[in-house]
Design a protein around this ligand. Structure first.
Ligand code: PEP
Length: 251
């Protein structure tokens, strides 16, 4: 069983199109020899410029969300089909900021995953517990439940286009990283959940990332863990040298 590391940068609501091009141009030579897959998840308005800027490089482009309907009266929304039609390869779904601030639920996450897979996109599905849930000892239950609901109706074959990002909410944007052991424990538990749903072979070939204040200094230790197959990186992905250092640690 071999899994390729995937390092994805989540730019969140940062960078206009010109700034996105500048950042990608700075990043390109730094990750030219990457041993892992490299993805940047940019704001919707940056997608055309980012897709153009990554040409000739190994960098893939992701959106940060998508709607579950193909089209219709959903003012302000973007469909998975629209993303696919532009040449976007990946979409982040269920990020905790979407769940916390924009009302995403396990059910809407499931619908978005379904639409993204139907459109031919690769999904980066985020799951993770709140601090109170960790303190109550229910991290495993929370992450297993989020994973199971989000993947409801997803076939074993489709799992080759699903990446799971374990992102403890208390570690996102806080500078408080999960220990390597905590990250590995929950990634292993998510893998066991996948084994229950799809069998060992699918579980062993699914990429499971850790996300939450991963940076150039702590990436190597986190990425060395048996069940951690990459990272979803927020803040540090806006600094090309730091992001490249994380990419270099993924081998
Ligand atoms: C994220 O946005 O998914 C994330 C992990 O952010 P940060 O690295 O800043 O904690």
């Amino acid at each position: 069983m071999s899994r390729k590391y995937v390092i994805a940068g989540n730019w969140k609501m940062n960078k206009n199109p010109a700034e996105a091009v500048a950042l990608i141009n700075e990043l390109k030579p730094l990750v030219a020899d990457a041993a892992c897959d490299v993805v940047v998840a940019v704001p919707f308005v940056d997608l055309p410029a980012a897709l153009e800027a990554v040409k000739g490089s190994k960098i893939g482009v992701a959106a940060q969300n998508c709607h579950w309907e193909k089209s219709g009266a959903f003012t302000g929304e973007i469909s998975a089909e629209m993303l696919k039609s532009m040449g976007v390869g990946y979409v982040i779904i269920g990020h905790s900021e979407r769940r916390t601030y924009f009302g995403d639920t396990d059910v809407t996450v499931q619908k978005r995953v379904r639409a993204a897979l139907d459109a031919g996109l690769t999904v980066i599905l985020c799951v993770g517990e709140y601090l109170e849930q960790r303190e109550q000892g229910v991290t495993g239950e929370v992450c297993a439940m989020q994973t199971k609901i989000a993947l409801g109706g997803v076939s074993a074959d489709e799992m080759s286009r699903v990446i799971i990002a374990y992102e403890p909410v208390w570690a996102i944007g806080t500078g408080r990283t999960a220990t390597a052991r905590q990250a590995d424990e929950v990634c292993a538990l998510i893998r066991a959940t996948l084994a229950g749903l799809y069998g060992r072979s699918v579980a062993d070939s699914t990429v499971i990332q850790y996300g939450g204040s991963m940076n150039a200094a702590n990436a190597a230790e986190l990425l060395a863990q048996k069940d951690v197959d990459g990272g979803l990186i927020g803040g540090a992905s806006l600094k090309p040298a730091d992001f490249a250092a994380i990419v270099a640690a993924a081998k």
